[in-house]
Design a protein around this ligand. Structure first.
Ligand code: IDP
Ligand code: MG
Length: 140
């Protein structure tokens, strides 16, 4: 029997790195049983972020998002496991940290700071197509 293992891209955003939450976020991913395949600390440039967030171009939070993501290093993580995309989205919780359920990364560790972009600690790919595209961007 062939087991096809899915992969996803997780980013610890600059707020997570500056608040010293990288270890806690990695702990939650590993505790759930997913496998870390690769990890790198990256100072992202505008070109990379524009490609990563292309779907959001033109939205009111787009420019603040691109600025925020360049405000410090991010930790890019390649994670593997069956249904890892869905599992990591569930671990991360809702986009709006105020609404994110307790027990999730955002629901336990993030809050609304009243800024133009939500600083919600993590990015996780939302589909197999996004994961393939984003992993190619961040890991080549
Ligand atoms: P996701 O990270 O939960 O997949 P997306 O809709 O892909 O959410 O948005 C990308 C990022 O843009 C979010 O994680 C958040 O930082 C920011 N963002 C999304 N929607 C809003 C909004 O309505 N107000 C402020 N920031 C937002
Ligand atoms: Mg998204």
């Amino acid at each position: 029997m062939t087991v096809t293992t899915e992969e996803t891209l997780i980013l610890v955003k600059p707020d997570g790195v500056v608040r010293g939450l990288t270890g806690e976020i990695l702990r939650r991913i590993e505790a759930r049983g997913y496998r870390l395949v690769n990890i790198r600390l990256v100072q992202a440039n505008r070109s990379l972020l524009a490609q990563h967030y292309a779907e959001h171009e033109g939205k009111p939070f787009y420019e603040p998002l691109i600025e925020f993501m360049q405000s410090g290093p991010v930790v890019a993580i390649r994670v593997a496991g069956n249904r890892v995309i869905e599992g990591c989205r569930a671990l991360a919780g809702a986009t709006d940290p105020t609404a994110a359920a307790p027990g999730t990364i955002r629901g336990d560790l993030a809050r609304d700071w009243g800024l133009k972009v939500q600083q919600n600690l993590v990015h996780g790919s939302d589909s197999p197509e996004s994961a393939a595209r984003e992993l190619a961007l961040w890991f080549g």
